[in-house]
Ligand binder design. Structure first.
Ligand code: UN1
Length: 500
């Protein structure tokens, strides 16, 4: 059945349109987190591999930038079509390497397909601006120019969607790419590179170098010919990349997580709020940057919400995501599981009430994988570590508040600013909330997850550094603005002097 999609093979880097094998390489097992079984081996590349890839990418970029945008776009269109044809295969492999349930894996692959078609459209736009000049018989415009060779570093939690958010705008804008996927989830990179190859992408435009952050990632950040680093991942690593790029005056785009809250007001549709919380907190086992891990609830509806959540949490079946009846899959690995376990202990020590879950599942069908029971804390306060720090697991804390104003203040009182949500039926509160919630993404009457690819994705404060993935905003990361003046007056006109 589904297993036939994967032959346990040694993956190879993809450089200059070739699959590069190297006998001297060391490999690491890629493990299915649902059952602990190895499904492939990923090479741990070196900085020499990065060097080889950059040389190729630099030459390829000169030619690629001369291909007209609409022709570059056609390749993306074919990539989107191939992804669509292979959606089931890709989703199954994604579930096997990442653990997310099939329904969500299909959703993630769909996100990549959408991105391909959206960015293929951009190949016919890549809009700049024409602007009147200060002088007569002079034409002035701003155009988007590719930056050159760009480096993308992608996480294990959305191994294909996030890769498409970064590589598709980079490629359509005329850049060439060095891509380091997470070592936990290299198979999506393998499949996507094969699709690009089949779609006719010229050699050297996309280069995949597998390996660790400390070797491959560091080498990318340190390489002067890689002019942009686009990174999604942990806060510590993002900050360290930012300072290294800062030293080198290298453009860097960072997306580093959240502490996303759902606000439930006293006038909320509670059925809807419960559904939204369950989906955002426990979907993907809470391993989304956008996952809801705080519920800021008006004290008048707190008890009722709590009761309904406990009841609905009973129906969350946990297990291998390939089983269509499962709603909550495994945690990516033992370190992830340990981090969640530690936060349960911290929450209890801080005095929050653990009212559901809070334990590792280890018996029977769970014994070879990494599973954590969906967990609910209540009576948490805004300053507790479980209310402030990103847990990246199926753990949510209820924080009671007395008013709308207090809810907004609690929502904003964290280091991160990725996503937030409010459930209310009051139109005034809706408009005030979209203005006052200090996050890059705001939802009204929906959970904190499920961003669409044609809108900007990213956050304020500690979530990033002001750039956005996805949507047209992604082009700002992968292009430079170039100002072009064409004087057709036939004489030397001097701006600021002849205009006086
Ligand atoms: C992430 O967790 O880093 O908005 C990405 C969402 C998804 C993407 C999440 N479309 O939840």
């Amino acid at each position: 059945m589904t297993q036939t999609f994967i032959q346990e093979e040694q993956l190879k880097n993809y450089i200059n349109g070739k699959w590069v094998s190297d006998d001297r390489k060391t490999y690491r097992d890629v493990i299915n987190p649902a059952n602990g079984k190895p499904i492939a081996q990923v090479p741990l590349s070196t900085k020499e591999d990065v060097e080889d890839a950059v040389k190729i990418a630099r030459d390829a970029q000169k030619k690629w930038a001369l291909v007209p945008g609409p022709q570059r776009a056609e390749i993306l269109l074919r990539v989107g079509q191939l992804m669509k044809e292979r959606k089931e295969k890709l989703s199954t492999i994604l579930t096997m390497e990442n653990g997310k349930v099939l329904e969500e894996a299909r959703g993630e692959v769909q996100e990549g397909i959408d991105m391909a078609f959206y960015m293929a459209g951009e190949g016919r736009r890549l809009f700049g601006h024409t602007t009147p000049s200060e002088l007569g018989d002079k034409f002035a415009m701003s155009v988007r120019a590719p930056v050159g060779v760009v480096g993308i570093i992608t996480p294990w939690n959305f191994p294909i969607a996030i890769a498409t958010w970064k590589s598709f705008p980079a490629i359509v804008a005329g850049n060439t790419v060095i891509w380091k996927p997470a070592t936990e989830t290299p198979l999506m990179a393998y499949e996507l590179a094969k699709i690009f190859e089949e779609a006719g992408l010229p050699d050297g435009v996309l280069n995949v170098v597998f390996g660790t952050g400390s070797e491959v990632g560091e080498a990318m950040v340190a390489h002067d010919d890689i002019r942009v680093i686009s990174f999604t991942g942990s806060n510590d690593i993002g900050r360290s990349i930012a300072s290294k790029c800062g030293q080198r005056l290298k453009k860097v785009s960072l997306e580093m997580g959240g502490k996303n809250a759902v606000i439930v007001m006293d006038d909320a549709d509670l059925n809807l709020a419960v559904e939204g919380i369950l989906w955002s907190a426990f979907g993907t086992s809470g391993q989304r940057c956008t996952a809801c891990s705080r519920v800021i609830v008006h004290e008048k509806v707190k008890d009722e919400l709590e009761e309904r959540l406990i009841k609905e949490m009973e129906s969350l079946t946990i297990g291998d995501g390939l089983d269509e009846s499962v709603k909550v899959g495994p945690i990516i690995n033992a370190q992830g599981l340990e981090k969640i376990r530690k936060y349960i202990q911290i929450g209890q020590e801080e005095g929050a009430k653990l009212i559901k879950g809070g334990y590792v599942l280890e018996q029977n069908q769970y014994k070879d994988g990494h599973y954590f029971a969906p967990t609910l804390f209540t009576d948490a306060t805004p300053d507790m570590r479980i209310s402030q720090e990103e847990i990246f697991g199926p753990v949510v804390s209820l924080i009671p508040v007395k008013s709308f104003e207090e809810a907004i203040e609690v929502n904003n009182g964290v280091e991160f600013g990725l996503s937030s949500s409010i459930f209310t039926q009051n139109a005034n509160r809706v408009f005030a909330a979209q203005r006052d919630l200090d996050t890059g993404i705001v939802y009204v009457n929906a959970g904190t997850t499920g961003a669409e690819i044609h809108l900007p994705f990213g956050g304020t404060k500690g979530t990033g550094n002001g750039h956005r993935d996805s949507g047209v905003a992604a082009l700002d990361v992968f292009t430079e603005w170039k100002a072009v003046y064409v004087d057709y007056s036939g004489k030397l006109q001097r701006a600021q002097i002849d205009t006086e």
